[in-house]
Every structure is written in C-alpha cells, then in structure tokens.
Design a protein around this ligand. Structure first.
Ligand SMILES: NC(=O)c1ccc[n+]([C@@H]2O[C@H](COP(=O)([O-])OP(=O)(O)OC[C@H]3O[C@@H](n4cnc5c(N)ncnc54)[C@H](OP(=O)(O)O)[C@@H]3O)[C@@H](O)[C@H]2O)c1
Length: 212
C-alpha cells in the first residue's frame, strides 16, 4: 500500500501533514459524515477502522464506568459498525478488498480498562459476524489484536509498549497473506493461547499484563 493512494478520514484535516495523504473530514460518531465519506470515496479498496478512545478506570466498581462505556461505545463499537456498513458496498463494487478492525488484547481480559475493554470485546464480536456476512462479496475482514502501543492513547502509562510501525507492518503482512486475525505482539499471542487452557488470562492476569 502506497501512502499516495491513501485517504485519512480525520476529524481535523488541517492536522494531517503527510505528503501524498488525502485528508477527508470525518467523525465516526456522525452517521451523515460517514455516509458522505463513503459516497465521496467510491474507489476505496481497504478500510482501516482505527478510530478509538479510552481511559483507565479505577476499578470495575468505579461509578464512572457506565458513563465511560456509553462514550467509548459510540466510537469503538458503533463507529466500526457505521463505517463497515457504509463502506462494504463500496468495497464490493471495487471487487472485494478488505476491512481491518483495530481491536486490542483487552478483548480477552480487562484489568484497569473495564469500559474500554467491553467496547473491544463487543467490536470483536461484530467483527466475527461481519467476516462471515461479507465473505461471499469477496471482502477480507482482518481483526488486529495488540497490547499497549506507543501512541497518544498510552501517554503517561508506565508500561511496555510496542512500536506503532512494527504493529502496522505486521498488520499489512497479515493482510497480504489473506489472514483473518493478527496478534501483533508476543503478549497478545500468549493471551490468545491461554484461552483454551484451565487458566485463561481473564481469570488471573499475570502482574506484567496489568496497566500500572
Ligand atoms: N495505543 C494502544 O496501546 C492501543 C492498543 C490496542 C489497541 N489500540 C487501538 O488502536 C486504535 C488507534 O489508537 P491509538 O493508540 O493510535 O490512539 P490515539 O493516538 O489516541 O489515536 C486515536 C485516533 O482515533 C481518532 N478518533 C477518535 N475518535 C474519533 C471519531 N469520533 N471519529 C474519527 N476519528 C476518531 C483520533 O482522531 P483525532 O486526532 O481527531 O483525535 C486519533 O486519530 C484505537 O482503536 C485503539 O483503541 C491502541
């Protein structure tokens, strides 16, 4: 994928400073903006649902969890549905293509991130339904699961983080190989392996896997 062929759907197009990248104003929580973007960008063959928001919750008993969940779901869950539904016909008309949904390792466990993790589990479920329902249109649906990545979202979190470029490279490799799920770091691989064991990660996450 060359950057010259790419559109950045962003809330603030003036903030995009990547030569060759075409910024298009877009807010994933705004149904009219999403529909307009799909009408305008009728040659899209790869949709990356990357928009996401989140914050640490003090605990699952934190009263803020409900309001946080309502806020995060609008972007992290309904946003993915909205964009996928708007762009699936575009991809289909262009011969298939692919949708990449940026999920997380917290799909499978949730220490300190109760509300955010719930949105990613829900988005995983939607991704799995979507994959089956668009397969006959030739659309590949790739779920990206990854632990902490060194971006603005994790600024101030004192945890080990992956390099965003490495995560992107692994994702594009998986896409090229026709895969349907990519686990972009070792910890996420270990989490996924644990799911079929007697001690899956969500029962007792190792200390090293918790946000601090
Ligand atoms: N960083 C991590 O540790 C980590 C780990 C696993 C998964 N993820 C996921 O990776 C994705 C990217 O996050 P990031 O780490 O790169 O965080 P980030 O630096 O905070 O970037 C989030 C992006 O989402 C955009 N966005 C938020 N709300 C939006 C909306 N309503 N409409 C359109 N765009 C919106 C933001 O746009 P603005 O610039 O306009 O705010 C920003 O470009 C998210 O889905 C996140 O959940 C991150």
């Amino acid at each position: 994928m060359r950057i010259e062929d790419s559109v950045a759907f962003v809330r603030n197009p003036d903030a995009v400073d990547l030569p060759g990248m075409i910024p298009v104003k877009f807010d994933v929580t705004d149904p009219a903006a999403v529909s307009a973007a799909a009408r305008r960008c009728s040659d899209v063959t790869l949709l990356i649902n990357n928009a996401g928001i989140g914050r640490v919750d003090a605990s699952a008993l934190d009263p803020a969890v409900i309001d946080n969940a309502r806020e995060f779901f609008e972007t992290n869950f309904y946003g993915i549905i909205r964009a996928s539904q708007a762009f699936a016909p575009v991809l289909s008309r262009n011969g298939g293509g692919a949708i990449v949904n940026v999920l997380s390792d917290v799909t499978w466990f949730a220490p300190m991130l109760t509300a955010y993790a719930a949105t990613k589990s829900a988005a995983w479920s939607f991704t799995n339904a979507l994959r089956i329902d668009v397969r006959d249109r030739g659309i590949q649906v790739l779920a990206l699961h990854v632990g902490f990545v060194d971006t603005a979202l994790t600024r101030g979190l004192d945890v080990q983080k992956s390099d965003p470029q490495q995560v992107a490279a692994r994702t594009l490799d998986a896409l090229e190989q026709g895969q349907e799920e990519v686990r972009a770091d070792e910890q996420t691989e270990a989490l996924k392996r644990s799911l079929s064991t007697e001690q899956p990660c969500y029962l007792n996450p190792p200390v090293g896997m918790r946000a601090s």
